[in-house]
Each structure stands twice: as C-alpha cells, then as structure tokens.
Design a protein around this ligand. Structure first.
Ligand code: SF4
Ligand code: SF4
Length: 300
C-alpha cells in the first residue's frame, strides 16, 4: 500500500517509550497556530527553500522543466504556484538550498526500514511511532503500517490529534500499544480560533478510546498566551481523572522551531513568539498537577 510521508526518523526518544523510529505522515486536518511541523500540513509533496544557503549557481533554473526558478540582479526567486514538486530542482541543488518534502512510500518498504532498528527497540523497550502531520489523515496506510509492524513484534505508538472518524481510530486499537493523544484546548471557540477546527469530535474520540480500554498518553502542548493558564491545567486534571485509560501526562513547552520551516515554505506565520517556553517555568505547574492526578506528569 502507498502513502505520503515526509520523513522516517531513527533514534527518536520523545515519541513514546525507549528508542523509536518515527514515521512522519503528510497531511493534517488542523492548523495549530504554533505548529512545529508546518511542512506536514499539506497532503502533497512540496519544495522547501532556504535563501541563506543559496549560492545562486542557477542549477535549479536549468533543471526545472517549467521554468519556475529565476536568477537576475535581485538574486534567486522561485514561483511556487505552478510547481508540481517533481523534485528535479532539489536534486540539482548541491548547496542544499532546495529540499523536496514529501514522498510516496510503500508500506512494506517503510516497515522494512523500521525493522532495521529492531535490536535497539528490544534493548530499550522502544518501537515504531506514527506521527505527522496526522497519521489518521491516511487511515488505511496507518493501519497497514501498524498491523505489519506489530505482526513483526514491534511496539507501536500512534500520535494523533484525534480529529478523525471514530471508525478509523477504532480499527487501529488491536494494532497499537499506546496512543499519544494531543490535547490543546477545552474551550470550543478558542480551539477553533487557534487550530481551525472544532474540538467536539476530538473529545468524543478521547472518551471512546478510553471506553475501549486503549492505553493513552495525554500530550499537552503548553503555549504562552494561549493555554498557559490555571483554567487549562484544571481542564487537563479534569480530563485525566475522567479517563482511566490515560496513563501519563506529557507537558510539551512551546518552542519556535516551526517558524523557520514556515519561512522555507513561503508561508506567513500566524503565531510568532521568539523564545522557548522555559521548562523551569512549567515545574511548579507540573508539581501542582501531579498532586491532583493519579498518573505520572512529565515535561518533554
Ligand atoms: S540550485 Fe540551489 S544554490 Fe543554485 S541557484 Fe538554485 S537554489 Fe540556489
Ligand atoms: S519541483 Fe519540479 S516543477 Fe517544482 S520548481 Fe522544482 S523542478 Fe520545477
């Protein structure tokens, strides 16, 4: 089976237990204003351009069959509108200024790539994580990867925003060891404002996963100016207590690493904050949360 991914990253240590290989899916139904993987949003492949790496050699202009790259007195410019992401310019760019983000991948080949690290998984208690983007945006491909890897004895995690049909999540359950379930905001209007989508289905799917007895890590991005509030931590505590399948809470402090990627895609940045949210700043809130819930609380 074929699917669209943009990376298979080895030796990940923050995408579930142990050492993991993470498969990043293209396509996401949300547009979180603080997203650190904006290159995952669109389901199709696209070109990333780093102006500071460009040495103005003109190789891209010679390679592009559509004549979309131009070099003149102003330097190098690139017209994205007509690009079909054939990747020829990126292959010709030896300065690394152009990068093709997204490739159609075969499920069998992806799992074979993942299995190269089976010894590390066994030693560390790790495995494969499906992430993105949103894995459930390509539900058949996600199911095939999870089923094949699990049948080969690999521990499987799925990181999901939960914004998908329940049926798609439900059929994953027998093939997934741990769901890494994102929680951004409980308030419906604020959720729509900052992610572009309603949270009703997300909260309903969380309850359904809980009811089905799936193991869930609650993953909570903490964004200053959005949800770094007492009320939001009350919501995290309330939902963790209401869903016994939640076995851990991960607090994920905001970082601005998505800004540079958005720039490379020629996109405006809806939510720009300069600094990282200091882990120390979250310490007292994490301690207060630990006192209210029955599960471990980590700061990622
Ligand atoms: S091939 Fe790369 S380095 Fe050369 S002009 Fe094009 S973008 Fe710049
Ligand atoms: S990806 Fe293909 S069509 Fe797009 S700019 Fe590069 S060479 Fe041209």
């Amino acid at each position: 089976m074929k699917g669209m991914i943009f990376n298979v990253q080895r030796f990940c240590v923050q995408d579930g237990p142990g050492i993991r290989t993470t498969v990043f899916f293209k396509g996401c139904p949300l547009r979180c204003a603080w997203c650190h993987n904006p290159e995952s949003h669109r389901p199709q492949a696209e070109i990333l351009y780093s102006e500071e790496k460009c040495i103005r050699c003109g190789a891209c202009a010679a390679a592009c069959p559509k004549g979309l790259h131009r070099l003149d007195g102003e330097g190098h410019s690139y017209s994205r509108a007509l690009c079909d992401a054939c990747g020829r310019c990126a292959a010709a760019c030896h300065a690394g200024a152009l990068e093709l983000c997204g490739r159609e991948a075969d499920s069998g080949q992806v799992v074979a790539e993942v299995l190269r690290d089976a010894a590390f998984f066994r030693e560390s208690g790790g495995g494969m994580t499906l992430s993105g983007g949103e894995p459930m945006f390509q539900p058949d491909f996600a199911l095939e990867l999870a089923r094949t890897a699990r049948a080969a004895g690999v521990h499987v995690c799925v990181e999901t925003c939960g914004c998908c049909a329940w049926e798609a999540l439900e059929r994953m359950i027998p093939h997934v060891d741990l769901f890494l379930y994102d929680f951004k905001l409980a308030d419906a209007a604020a959720h729509r404002l900052y992610t572009g989508a309603d949270n009703g289905r997300i909260l309903a799917n969380l309850a359904a996963l809980d009811g089905a007895g799936a193991a869930i890590v609650f993953r909570c991005p903490i964004i200053p100016g959005v949800n770094l509030t007492d009320a939001h931590f009350d919501d995290i505590a309330r939902l963790a207590s209401a869903h016994p399948a939640i076995c851990q809470i991960d607090l994920e402090p905001y970082h601005p690493l998505g800004l540079e990627k958005a720039k490379r895609m020629g996109r405006s940045v809806p939510f720009a904050q300069d600094g990282f949210l200091n882990r120390d700043e979250l310490g007292p809130r994490a301690a207060a949360l630990r006192a209210r819930v029955r599960v471990p609380v980590t700061i990622q």
